[in-house]
Design a protein around this ligand. Structure first.
Ligand SMILES: Cc1cc2nc3c(=O)[nH]c(=O)nc-3n(C[C@H](O)[C@H](O)[C@H](O)COP(=O)(O)O)c2cc1C
Length: 379
């Protein structure tokens, strides 16, 4: 009996829950075409904007590896070393909206059953910038995009009103989402930065603005290592470096922690998980926490630019998992989505040996009431 890979996420029907995230794998028509032919259920385009984009001289992204021999993390290639992470300081697409518009249309005409989400970004400092968001949204949906992903998460923008600087400001998250929702005819997802004190605050602001889903994580702010011999950063231009983004296996547990905060705070909302996924086992953690779709970047970049083997493994893993759990009555992702969300609790709720009492680190003081356990989750 065949399994049912399909999901409905924010009202969009996907033939499978796996997307290429907004990044180099989705920067061109040829890449996206290859991705759909390889089996990806959807893609999120490389982020499209209206402001000028000029990338740094030289490499925009590199990979860090580590090995059991030296436990060192380095961009230097050495035999037997395993992938640790990707590091990048690439800006959004350097192609214009005019370049993207006909390509979105052609791709959708060629693949009507595949999902194309347009990732967009503008500023937020004034009404003109809010109109830019609306222009990007209207053009992309007019050309046939199935949904919009608002980039509130790019970690290397100098502009105070863009990228992760929006994602760090709950007021801006809400205002920009609302501006896009005013014109949007398709679902709107907000991609948040993991680099805030409490991602639940910014997610709540996006939901107040009308967001249909939250996407997390973009890359984590980070800098490359310094070569112990040359004393230079492993990636630099004229000896200089700026903060960039970490992706890949290293961020998987960090990103899962952010996602757990989100899905516990908003159990009835939609979430798309990203960070460190290269096969089904990792995607499964995101589904079990409550995500409805899963996105991939680093693993796909390393696999013929668009991840034909990655998607093959993701689909085979999903099929195998559903077949194994047919006995549990699970027929599709929706049947096991979120079933491990409630296993994340306060430290004080974890069993102690010998039934010792533990009051979250507080002392019980004679004559006073015992401290109340803190509330684990905001409603
Ligand atoms: C080289 C590079 C460029 C990226 N560009 C974008 C972008 O334009 N827009 C965006 O939302 N995310 C961008 N990302 C972030 C990825 O979409 C993804 O959120 C992140 O890499 C974590 O996923 P991973 O662990 O599978 O790599 C980029 C990542 C890399 C490595």
């Amino acid at each position: 009996m065949g399994v049912d890979r399909s999901v409905n996420f924010t009202g969009i029907q996907f033939e499978n829950p796996f997307l290429l995230s907004s990044a180099p794998p989705t920067e061109s028509e040829s890449n996206i075409t290859r991705a759909f032919e390889a089996g990806w259920g959807g893609v999120v385009t490389k982020t499209i904007g209206l402001h000028p984009v000029v990338n740094v001289y030289g490499a925009k992204a590199k990979f860090m590896r580590t090995s059991p021999e030296d436990a060192n993390v380095s961009m230097k290639k050495r035999p037997g070393a395993a992938l640790h992470s990707s590091w990048n300081w690439e800006l959004i697409s350097d192609k214009t909206l005019e370049w993207w518009a006909p390509r979105i249309r052609r791709i959708k005409e060629a693949f009507p059953n595949k999902v194309l989400i347009a990732s967009i970004m503008a500023g937020s400092g004034n009404d003109k910038e809010l109109r830019h968001w609306q222009e990007l949204a209207e053009t992309a949906q007019g050309e046939g995009a199935d949904g919009l992903e608002l980039n509130f998460s790019c970690p290397h923008m100098d502009r105070r009103d863009m990228g992760s600087n929006i994602g760090k400001d709950q007021g801006l998250c809400s205002v920009v989402t609302e501006a896009v929702k005013e014109v949007a005819k398709v679902p709107v997802w907000c991609k948040l930065t993991p680099a805030t004190a409490d991602i639940v605050v910014e997610a709540a602001a996006c939901f107040r603005g009308g967001a249909d889903a939250i996407v997390s994580s973009n890359t984590f702010p980070s800098i490359p290592l310094i070569d112990p011999e040359t004393l230079e950063f492993e990636i630099n231009v004229d000896g200089l470096v700026s903060s960039g983004g970490l992706g890949g296996p290293a961020i998987l547990p960090l990103s899962l922690a952010k996602m757990a905060q989100l899905t516990k705070a908003f159990p009835d909302k939609n979430f798309s998980g990203i960070g460190g996924i290269s096969d089904f086992n990792q995607a499964l953690s995101y589904f079990l926490l409550g995500c409805g779709t899963a996105q991939v970047c680093t693993a796909a970049m390393l696999d013929q630019a668009i991840g034909p083997n990655v998607i093959r493994k993701l689909l085979a893993g999903l099929d195998r998992f559903l077949e194994e759990h047919a006995k549990d009555g699970w027929k599709r992702v929706e049947d096991f989505r979120g079933i491990r969300r409630d296993r994340i609790v306060l430290q004080s709720e974890i069993r102690r040996p010998d039934s010792a009492e533990y009051y979250s680190g507080y002392e019980t003081v004679e004559g006073y009431a015992a401290p109340q356990p803190e509330v684990a989750v905001r409603a």
